[in-house]
Design a binder for this molecule. Structure first.
Ligand code: NDP
Length: 333
């Protein structure tokens, strides 16, 4: 088997030399275990946080050991009656081409509902993140104007669709560059889009939301959060999902200078981690499957081939090389 190790803790932007591709040999599955050939790997922004040696909601990656992360694969040897050879499973031993694990740590997925990779994108953790954020954390009400940052990313594309399903009257997204903002409106169902790289975020937001916004789904933090606080209407809600603009920061980043607006406007700002919203997983899986069938949700992915390119895909993700979910394909179709 081949696996990607973290060998140095990145300072600022990670670089290829912080990682190493290592060969290893896997034993046969013991009782209760399965051997999986990974077909798809997920790379995600939260992995950047796990590369730092700090206490957080997930433990840091260990140096000189394989990293883990979401993966979907095919069972090629099994010593567990419930998970037979040939089953497609979702599990968390990513960043490697083969994984040996307890069958109880894998979930068999139904590829009749959607292709296997969809369980790492719209039907997976990122889809549930979008749903939990707008259903429970910053609930969207009928007629709301909703603003989503990081809108052309994995969570953001689903969030736009979810906002619409929950009754938003207008859905606004921001992303980097004219191509992504064009696609937000033409392909991903957004009503209006802002190119944050073009500057004057506040002015651009005010122009597309002249009556303000009611809900902000924050993937980016920083200037985006500041612009949203200005635009939010009374009793507005903010789902603090991520702050990708500061993941490579080497010093703590100050918060928005206009946070006091939250008082006068009676805003609710709430941070969340998708793992605490597992009670919505069944409901979301049913809804998402039907939205995918009727075409009101589409799974959007950027695919990079080969474990040799997994690190580059991760580095690219942090710089916006992806539209939709960034995935590594290990097994050619
Ligand atoms: P994305 O698919 O959105 O990929 C990251 C994107 O971030 C890039 O494509 C890039 O898009 C954008 N980006 C990078 N740097 C900046 C910057 N300085 N300013 C603005 N945008 C930037 O990743 P995910 O959808 O997986 O994750 C989106 C967010 O959600 C992240 O913050 C992540 O940490 C968070 N998250 C939180 C979860 C939770 O439980 N709270 C669960 C899952 C994700 P562009 O080209 O537009 O710049």
């Amino acid at each position: 088997s081949r696996e990607v190790h973290l060998i140095a803790r990145p300072v600022g932007e990670p670089k290829p030399a912080d990682f190493e591709l290592v060969e290893s040999t896997l034993p046969d599955p013991e009782e209760g275990q399965i051997l999986v050939r990974n077909d798809w790997l997920s790379v995600d922004p939260y992995m950047r946080g796990r590369m730092n040696d700090v206490k957080s909601y997930v433990p840091p990656f260990r140096l000189g050991a394989p990293m883990d992360g979401g993966a979907v694969g095919t069972v090629i040897a099994s010593n567990a009656p419930d998970v037979p050879v040939g089953a497609t499973v979702l599990h968390s031993r990513g960043w490697r081409d083969h994984a040996l694990l307890d069958a109880s740590h894998a979930r068999v997925v139904d590829t009749a509902i959607a292709p296997a990779r969809t369980y790492l994108s719209a039907l997976g953790m990122v889809g549930l993140t979008a749903y939990a954020g707008l259903k429970e954390v910053a609930p969207v009400k009928e007629g709301d104007v909703v603003f989503v940052s990081g809108a052309a990313g994995a969570v953001g594309i689903v969030a736009g669709r979810v906002a619409r399903h929950l009754g938003a009257s207008k859905v606004i997204g921001s992303a980097g560059g004219p191509e992504k903002t064009r696609r937000l409106v033409e392909e991903f169902g957004y009503d209006a889009a802002i190119d944050y790289r073009a500057g004057d975020l506040g002015g651009q937001l005010a122009a597309v939301a002249p009556d303000g916004i009611d809900v902000y789904f924050d993937n980016v933090g920083g200037d985006h959060l500041q612009a949203a606080l200005d635009a939010l209407n009374t009793f507005g809600r903010v789902a603090l999902c991520g702050a990708i603009s500061q993941y490579n920061a080497t010093e703590p980043v100050p918060g928005p200078i206009n946070l006091f607006l939250a008082v006068g406007k009676r805003l609710t700002l709430r941070g969340f981690i998708v793992g605490d919203h597992q009670h919505l997983a069944g409901e979301y899986a049913r809804l998402a499957a039907s939205w995918l069938r009727e075409g009101t949700l589409r799974s959007q992915e950027t695919v990079v081939d080969g474990l040799d390119n997994a690190v580059d895909a991760f580095l690219g993700l942090l710089r916006g090389a992806n539209t939709g979910k960034m995935l590594i394909r290990l097994t050619p179709a």
